[in-house]
Design a protein around this ligand. Structure first.
Ligand code: GDP
Ligand code: GDP
Length: 437
């Protein structure tokens, strides 16, 4: 399970800079592309070889209780109140302020485990910076500089040390014979309708997976002779049974589901196109490097003219994930589901394909010869060899010289070349460039 860490502090102390330092993904490349409009408030910190945790940048927590400021403050408080750990961030250059005191008073009432983070301490003695805030009496703090990435690794170690232990029973034991699929998307796109239809189908065998918690419940099912584990679907089933009020869209639950699945099916409402919230859900799946299928739901409700409109809109708005298959479905009528599961299988097969070093090196050689990178300041990057270093998503180490001069567009060219050559669909492809041999 992903624990949640909230970054709390008054405006301008460096919350979003710290958020970016913690959640900066290896796939920064992807997010420079137009179309990935996404709110940047939630992210996942993935320190190498250590526990992962979700991070929320709460924005301004203090302020009036009315109007827009009040709404932001209420959301920030709600996010902080559900956090496993709060990072209370203060400005080491300006020192303590009345607003800091106000926030701290609120944090005390909320009684969440809190850690003091003194930011903007570059070029200063850490202890001296911390001492200025010792009157807050919240125990050991840490001095960092978010903008200069100083102290970030220590901060991550300290955060992990303070997070609650996870019981092993909460982890899903993953059955390699089953494809783990999560249906994600903003409210009302039809997730529960789809899952209920799947679970209600006659020849399907479904059972709850024991040992899962309230936040993460999985259901095993069989369909057309193949085995699946549907991630995070309990809430969905419950909702339709008791007709509860529509649950507030929970980004943290979406992040959990993404972490635990192998293939993320992002559902959209065909009648509404691709909203900012849809793009942000897609962004979270991309951050995690998940295999991806887009399910365009409610296709039944559209006239021919509306379908044409929807097609061109989707083509335009989903350009940044054009490697993912988009399947038109109707959860209500059950149409398109065979195609949907076929796409899930193709994405899973691509994401978990095993490559040999020789075929990967050969691919790099051919890609390089067909289209060498342009000369940059009199130098040309040289790609020498490559080997596979991971799957789901397929990840390749590429060795060579002057690799730092490779442009984003050249990296994209390599990605697309690999997709074509190895017939990869529905999965991100990652390259890690290593200077020298
Ligand atoms: P937020 O309002 O709390 O999210 O603050 P921001 O992250 O937007 O940062 C506010 C300003 O402080 C920006 O101009 C940042 O560049 C700057 N800043 C953030 N971290 C540091 C730091 O470690 N040192 C210095 N000197 N400036 C920083
Ligand atoms: P969720 O919030 O994503 O779980 O969405 P629901 O499954 O609760 O569906 C939201 C609304 O869309 C409900 O009124 C459904 O009946 C409707 N809906 C779901 N799937 C379809 C579909 O394929 N076609 C049509 N026309 N309506 C649908």
């Amino acid at each position: 399970m992903l624990p949640l860490v909230a970054i709390v502090g008054r405006p301008n102390v460096g919350k979003s800079t710290l958020f970016n330092a913690l959640t900066r993904t290896r796939d920064a490349l992807v997010h420079d592309e137009p179309g990935v409009t996404r709110d940047r408030h939630y992210g996942v910190c993935r320190p190498e070889g250590q526990r992962e945790f979700a991070v929320v940048d709460t924005g301004g927590i203090a302020g009036e209780d009315e109007g827009l400021v009040g709404a932001t403050a209420r959301q920030a408080r709600a996010a902080a109140a559900e956090a496993d750990l709060v990072l209370f961030i203060v400005d080491g250059r300006e020192g303590a302020s009345a607003l800091d005191d106000e926030i701290l008073a609120w944090l005390r009432r909320a009684a969440r485990p809190t850690m003091l983070v003194v930011n903007k301490t570059e070029g200063r003695d850490s202890q001296a910076a911390l001492n200025e805030f010792s009157r807050y009496g919240i125990g050991d703090g840490i001095a960092i500089s978010s903008a200069h990435r100083q102290g970030i690794d220590d901060l991550i170690d300290e955060v992990i040390a303070r997070l609650p232990e996870v019981g092993t029973s909460e982890e899903l034991d993953n059955d390699p014979a089953r494809i783990r699929v999560a249906f994600i998307g903003r409210p009302n796109v039809g997730k529960s309708t789809l899952v209920n239809r799947l679970l209600g189908e006659e020849r399907m065998i479904a059972s709850d997976v024991p040992g899962t918690t309230r936040d993460s419940v999985a259901i095993d099912m069989e369909r057309d002779g193949r085995l699946y584990r549907l991630i995070d679907t309990a809430g969905l089933r419950r909702k339709s049974r008791v007709d509860e009020a529509v649950e507030k869209f929970s980004i943290i639950k979406t992040l959990h589901a993404i972490e635990q699945c192998q293939v993320a099916v992002v559902m959209l409402d065909a009648g509404e196109g691709v909203t900012d919230q849809d793009a942000s859900v897609l962004g979270y799946a991309l951050d995690a490097g998940r295999a991806l299928v887009v399910a365009v739901n409610k296709w039944d409700g559209l006239t021919d003219y509306q379908r044409q409109q929807a097609e061109s809109l989707l083509a335009r708005k989903l350009g940044f994930v054009d490697w993912a298959e988009a399947v038109r479905i109707s959860a209500k009528h059950g149409s398109g589901l065979r195609e949907l599961f076929a796409a899930v299988h193709r994405a899973h097969a691509s994401a978990t394909h095993e490559f040999s070093t020789s075929e990967v090196t050969r691919a790099i050689e051919i890609a390089y010869e067909a289209n060498p990178p342009p000369v940059v300041r009199g130098h040309v990057a040289k790609l020498r060899f490559a080997h596979p270093i991971g799957s789901n998503p397929p990840t390749f180490a590429v060795h060579g010289n002057r690799l730092r001069t490779l442009s984003d567009s050249y990296k994209r060219y390599l990605e697309n070349f690999f997709r074509k050559r190895f017939k990869l669909v529905g999965t991100p492809v990652r390259f890690i460039f290593k200077e020298g041999s």
